[in-house]
Design a protein around this ligand. Structure first.
Ligand code: HEC
Ligand code: HEC
Length: 184
C-alpha cells in the first residue's frame, strides 16, 4: 500500500517537474533553438581536460576560458609568444608565468586530446598556426551556416564568444543539442 502511494506521488512529481521545465522553455522567447538540420551524434562526450588554476587566473578575466584542446600546440605557442600584443592588449606576463602556461597548454593541446572534435581540429589545421579558433578550417566549416551578421548581434559580439551560443561551452560541450543562438 505504502509503495503504491509513493509510486503515485513520484509520478505526480515527475509530471509537474516536466510541466515546469516546459513552461520555462516556452518563456525563452529571445532564443531560437537549433534542432533542425541535426546531422549527427549526440554521443560526442565533452572532452575532460585537466584544469589549471594558473590558466584560469591569467586567461579568463576578459573572456571565458578556452579549452586547451581547441587549438594545436603551435597556436598556443604563438599566442603566448605574442602575449604582449594579445588582440590589442598587453597581458604583461612574466617569463615564469608564460613558461608554466605554455607547458599546460601544450600538454593538453588538440594533438594531445583523443576526442573526435580535438582530432578534427588537429588534422584540419595541419601546416597552419591559427590564432583564432574560428580560423581552424573544420571549426569554420561547422559554422558556415551562421552568418557574419549573426556573430555581430549585441547578445553575441563576436565569434570568439562561444558561450553566447554554446550553452555548455564552459564544460567543453559543443554538442548541437546545447546550442541556442541569441536572436538579438
Ligand atoms: C586583458 C584581456 C584579456 C586577457 C587577460 C586574455 N585575453 Fe585572450 N583575448 C582578448 C581579446 C580582446 C580577444 C579577442 C576577442 C574578440 O575578437 O572578440 C581575445 C582572444 C583570445 C583567443 C582567440 C579566441 C578565438 O576567437 O578563437 C584566444 C585563444 C585567447 N584569447 C587566449 C588567451 C589566453 C591563453 C590568455 C591568457 C594567457 C588570454 N587569452 C587572456 C583579451 C584577453
Ligand atoms: C552564433 C552562435 C555561435 C557561436 C558564437 C559559436 N558557435 Fe559553434 N556552433 C554554432 C552552430 C549553429 C553550430 C552548428 C551546429 C550543427 O551541427 O548544426 C556550431 C558548431 C560547433 C562545433 C561542432 C559541434 C558538433 O557537434 O560537431 C564546435 C566544436 C563548435 N561549434 C565550437 C565553437 C567554439 C569553440 C566557439 C567559440 C570560439 C563557437 N563554436 C562559437 C553556433 C555558434
Amino acid at each position: 500500500m505504502e509503495f503504491r502511494i509513493n509510486k503515485t506521488l513520484t509520478i505526480a512529481l515527475t509530471l509537474s517537474v516536466g510541466l515546469l521545465a516546459g513552461s520555462f522553455a516556452g518563456a525563452d522567447d529571445d532564443y531560437r533553438e537549433v534542432r533542425e538540420g541535426s546531422r549527427h551524434s549526440r554521443s560526442q562526450a565533452a572532452a575532460k581536460t585537466p584544469e589549471s588554476a594558473l590558466y584560469k587566473q591569467e586567461c579568463s578575466s576578459c573572456h571565458h576560458l578556452y579549452q586547451s584542446w581547441l587549438l594545436p600546440a603551435r597556436s598556443w605557442q604563438a599566442i603566448i609568444d605574442d602575449s604582449d600584443k594579445h588582440f590589442g592588449d598587453d597581458l604583461a606576463l612574466d617569463d615564469a608565468t608564460r613558461k608554466e602556461l605554455l607547458n599546460y597548454l601544450k600538454a593538453n593541446s588538440s594533438e594531445k586530446t583523443s576526442t573526435k572534435w580535438a582530432q578534427k581540429i588537429t588534422s584540419s589545421s595541419e601546416g597552419m598556426t591559427p590564432k583564432r579558433i574560428m580560423d581552424v578550417p573544420w571549426i569554420k566549416k561547422e559554422h558556415r551556416e551562421v552568418g557574419a551578421n549573426v556573430f555581430k548581434r549585441a547578445g553575441i559580439g563576436s565569434a570568439s564568444n562561444c558561450v553566447a551560443c554554446h550553452t555548455k561551452a564552459v564544460e567543453g560541450n559543443y554538442d548541437e543539442d546545447f546550442i541556442k543562438i541569441p536572436r538579438k
